[in-house]
Every structure is written in C-alpha cells, then in structure tokens.
Design a protein around this ligand. Structure first.
Ligand code: SAM
Length: 255
C-alpha cells in the first residue's frame, strides 16, 4: 500500500519509473509490511472491496496496480470459478511475487497476472465488467488519464469501477494518525523492509492526496455515473464506486 519517493512525473503524479523501481525494491517484503503496519486491517479493506465487486456479478474483472496480487486472490476466492480475473501491474518484481503466491497456493484457475501500464491498458474497449484498483490510484503519474482508461475498458451499463485508496482521515483520528504516519511507520517499515526511504513517501503521498469529494469529481469527469464513496476506519481509507453509463457519449473522452 505504500509508495515510493519519486519526483513528479508530470500531470501532478509521481514519476512512473521511480514508482516501478521502488516497488521492485520492496516487493519481497511488501505483504508482510502491509499487514504489520495496519495490524491486519488491510485484509478487511480489501475484503470490503471484493464484496462490493461480488454484488455486481461480473464475468470479467481486471485488477489494476495489482502488485503482489492480494486483491486478485481475494476476488478469486469470492467469485465463481468461471469468472475471469486479470491482475495487471508495471512492476515485474511485484508480479513475480503474485506469480510465486499463485504457484504456492494453487487454485488460480482463470486468474492471470499481466505486465501492463494502467495509463495505456492493453485491453479492448468495453470488454470488462469490473475494474478494481487498490492503493494504486495515488501512485499513478496521471490520474485523469488512468480514470479515462478504466472507463474505456468497461462495458457500458454494467461496467463498474472500484477504487480503494487512502483518504484524508476524520478529524478525531488525526492527532494519533499523522504522528504514526510521519514518525513510527517509516522506522518500523524501514526495519522490516530495509528501505526506510521508500516508506517516507507513504506519509507525503497520503497527506498530499485530494479529498474523497475531489476524487469523486475526478471519477465523474472521466465519464462515470452513480459515483459513491464509503469511508472506512475513521476515513483512513475510502472505497469509491462508480458505474459506466449505458448511454453512448456524444464525444469519446481523449486518452
Ligand atoms: C501500493 S501498491 C498496491 C498493490 C495492491 N493493489 C495492494 O492492494 O496491495 C501500488 C502498485 O501500483 C503499481 N503501479 C503504479 N503505477 C502503475 C501504472 N501506471 N501501471 C501499472 N501499475 C502501476 C505499482 O507497481 C505497485 O505495484
């Protein structure tokens, strides 16, 4: 869930090469650090997303910025075996972790992991029922472009978008949360992962991330409708959901 400490990659987001490089460095310890830093609550956050996806009965799901694949595996466990699930990421070592886990665990029928860029999806128009992205939106170099790509690949009418991301926490939790994020987390994560610098960005990227209302507006601007958000755990994390309209747009959003 953490992010790197890259320079801006333009369009307001981090530099993609630095993002990929950083996740490559921490890939082996990524899951362990996540579970430690959140005391295991990250599993519940992902399960909430998976339940929301299951409620839409998709036939084909694409999990963007899949990383080590935890959302994809949770989807595989929750959805019928014939549902096609594809995890996509642009960091090879993270995908290697996902593949390693798939081989270890088995039961990965109709579950594939693919190298690809969320800003230029190697997927056809209107062929996907659900797009998920957990803790990935914050790391995209160009969020608007990423959201337009997600819209493009979804089926009109029944295509749903699910975004799990850190958001600005509720006021009451800030006096505990921000000191934890700024001081405790990088040290703890640094000890376990051996890469403290990598985890310093988690704080800056979360504090600098737009409000969930702004993110809702960005989702709408990409062409989605029925945009909703569900804050969790004192609003530390929010599940955003939206649907692609069945109406044919008068002009296609530019990529
Ligand atoms: C914080 S991890 C999230 C991993 C996983 N979704 C989870 O729930 O733990 C962010 C992931 O986003 C990936 N990522 C960032 N920008 C990307 C892009 N443009 N295309 C594909 N993957 C991207 C990184 O490589 C990294 O694996």
């Amino acid at each position: 869930m953490n992010g790197p400490s890259p320079q801006s990659g333009g369009a307001g987001g981090p530099d993609p090469a630095a993002v990929s490089n950083m996740f490559g460095r921490i890939a082996r310890r990524y899951d362990l650090v996540n579970h430690l830093l959140t005391a295991g609550i990250d599993v519940r956050w992902r399960n909430r997303l998976v339940r929301a996806v299951a409620a839409t009965s998709p036939d084909r799901v694409v999990d963007l910025a899949t990383g080590s694949g935890d959302v994809a595996f949770a989807l595989r466990r929750a959805l019928p075996a014939e549902v096609d699930i594809a995890g996509l990421d642009f960091c090879r070592p993270m995908l290697d972790e996902a593949e390693r886990k798939k081989n270890e665990r088995g039961g990965g029928a109709n579950l594939t992991f693919t190298f690809g860029d969320a800003l230029d999806l190697p997927l056809p128009d209107a062929g996907t029922d659900a797009v998920t992205i957990a803790f990935g939106l914050r790391n995209l170099a160009d969020r608007a472009r990423g959201l337009r790509e997600m819209h493009r690949v979804l089926r009109p009418g029944r295509g749903h978008l699910f975004i799990l991301e850190f958001t600005q926490p509720a006021r009451w939790i800030r006096p505990f949360y921000f000191p934890y994020l700024r001081h405790v987390l990088p040290r703890l994560a640094g000890c376990v992962s051996g890469d403290q610098a990598a985890y310093r960005y988690l704080n800056t990227s979360i504090e600098g991330f737009p409000s969930r209302e702004s993110i809702s507006r960005e989702i709408e601007a990409a062409g989605f409708e029925d945009v909703r958000c569900q804050p969790m755990t004192g609003s530390i994390v929010t599940l955003h959901q939206a649907r692609k309209s069945s109406a044919i747009p008068r002009h296609r959003p530019s990529r």
